[in-house]
Each structure stands twice: as structure tokens, then as C-alpha cells.
Design a protein around this ligand. Structure first.
Ligand code: CNA
Length: 238
């Protein structure tokens, strides 16, 4: 085993207070494209950039186009958790991992068996009416055609945080508390470009911050351990 992975393994072996903070790169090995890799959504041809389509104002103005993108790019049938998701769930069962804090909206951590998952940006597996607020079928939203509507006539929307929208206060506070009190903080599969989420890692007080990401990030100099490898491959060795 390589030295850097061995170091991370030792930290985890000796801790019962590991917290994981992750992003889209955790799910690329499951077949879901991220935003910023070369084959990520930002580099695919689309009429508008993903940040625009995934914004509150765009959703309100142009729900047809939003849903075309949503069903083609965000909903990927048959995806399964990969080694990183599965290993994190196992660490939680062993009492070592306290929380998974994710920017992902794909529900794969829960599918892998993780219980304490803090979804900073919500989930496409939940939907509600943007007019009356009632919970609605995510099935219809994800696999139906056209703009899904509630019985009240309102447009059904995913329970995700769109650009221009605030994060849920309770989820945010809990995430910050887990990070603040963590012994080992593993940050994985995130470019750390999306705020306020990325800024939460600044609350970490310890000296065992591991950054596992394919490409370099602006936090590489700040972390105690940096591993530029695929996260599934790294987790298969710990
Ligand atoms: P991002 O900005 O696309 O960054 C992803 C990072 O992961 C990049 O730096 C990659 O180098 C890295 N990466 C890709 N594959 C791997 C791998 N196998 N192992 C290790 N690193 C890898 O995505 P962020 O999460 O930082 O940005 C936050 C956005 C992306 C959130 O709002 C998400 O909702 C949104 N998003 C989520 C999903 C999902 O739910 N699966 C997919 C695409 C985008």
C-alpha cells in the first residue's frame, strides 16, 4: 500500500470520530458525471451552462428546459453505490464515522447503507409542489414527461438547493458542528468551488485533514494529507 493511503488508514484505525465531506467526484465511479472534470457537465455541449439551468430564476422562467436537463443529466437509471459509498457506510456501522456530509443530490450514500447523511444540497429522490408545498412523487418528476404538476396546478420541483437559494439552516448548523468536533476529516471528490458548502471545512480544528481528489484544489496547501487518486480506489484499500 502506498504511504499516503497507509497514513489515512492509520488515522481511521485510531479514531472513532471520523467525518466525511464529499462531492460529485464520489459518484463518478458509479457512472454519474460531475461538474468540473474534463468529461463533467461543464464540458459537455448544452445550450446554457449547468449553473444557469440549475438556478432558481431559470427553473421559474423555463421549467421545460430545466426538466429536459434534469432527466437527461441528473437522473441516471440503475446507478449503484461504489466502493467509497460502501466503505463509508461500513465505517459508520463500526462506530468510527460520525457523519457523511455531502453536496451530492443522488441518494447513493443512503443506498449504500449510511444512516447519518447530511445532504447540503438536498436530493433528487424527493419532490414537492412549488406552489402549495405538498410532497409529491419523485418518480413522476424524474421519469415523467414535460413539466410535472401538482393537483393544485403548481409546478413540482426537486427538493434540491438550486443556485440563488439558501441552504437549509438546520442541516448547515449540524454539518458545521460535526466538522468542528471531528478528529479526522476526510474531504473527497469535490473541487471545493461551490460556496457556502466548501467554506464549512474551515471550521475543522484538528490536524488530520485528508483531501482525496483526482485534481488539485485550492485547499491542497491547507490539508494535512493530499491524495490525488480515485476515491473508490483509495477506499478499497482502507
Ligand atoms: P465538481 O465541482 O464537479 O468537482 C468534482 C471533483 O471531483 C473534481 O475536482 C474532480 O477532479 C474530482 N473527481 C472526479 N472523479 C473523482 C474520483 N473518482 N475520485 C476522486 N475525485 C474525483 O463537484 P462538487 O461536488 O465539488 O461541486 C458541488 C456541486 C456539484 C454540488 O452542488 C452538487 O450538487 C453538484 N453535482 C452533484 C452530483 C451528484 O449528486 N452525483 C453530480 C454532479 C454535480
Amino acid at each position: 500500500m502506498e504511504k499516503d493511503i497507509q497514513q489515512l488508514k492509520t488515522w481511521i484505525d485510531h479514531s472513532d470520530n471520523v467525518v466525511f465531506f464529499g462531492g460529485a467526484g464520489v459518484s463518478t465511479e458509479s457512472g454519474i458525471p460531475d461538474f468540473r472534470s474534463v468529461d463533467g457537465l461543464y464540458n459537455q455541449k448544452w445550450k446554457y451552462p449547468p449553473e444557469t439551468i440549475l438556478s432558481h430564476s431559470f427553473f421559474t422562467r423555463n421549467p421545460e428546459e430545466y426538466y429536459r436537463f434534469h432527466r437527461e443529466k441528473l437522473v441516471i437509471e440503475g446507478v449503484r453505490p461504489n466502493t467509497a459509498h460502501l466503505r463509508l457506510a461500513e465505517l459508520e456501522r463500526q462506530g468510527k464515522l460520525k457523519a457523511v456530509i455531502t453536496q451530492n443530490i443522488d441518494g447513493l450514500h443512503q443506498l449504500a447503507g449510511s444512516k447519518n447523511v447530511l445532504e447540503l444540497h438536498g436530493s433528487i429522490l424527493r419532490a414537492y409542489c412549488s406552489r402549495c408545498g405538498k410532497k409529491c412523487s419523485a418518480e413522476l418528476m424524474n421519469y415523467g414527461e414535460g413539466v410535472p404538476r401538482c393537483e393544485c396546478g403548481g409546478v413540482i420541483r426537486p427538493d434540491i438547493v438550486l443556485y440563488e437559494e439558501p441552504l437549509d439552516n438546520d442541516v448547515m448548523t449540524r454539518a458545521i458542528n460535526y466538522i468542528r468536533n471531528a478528529d479526522v476529516l476526510i474531504i473527497g471528490g469535490t473541487s471545493l468551488n461551490v460556496y457556502p458548502a466548501a467554506g464549512f471545512i474551515n471550521y475543522y480544528n484538528g490536524d488530520k485533514m485528508a483531501l482525496v481528489n483526482l485534481s488539485s484544489t485550492s485547499y491542497d496547501n491547507y490539508a494535512d494529507l493530499v491524495i490525488h487518486k480515485k476515491i473508490g480506489e483509495v477506499f478499497s484499500q482502507i
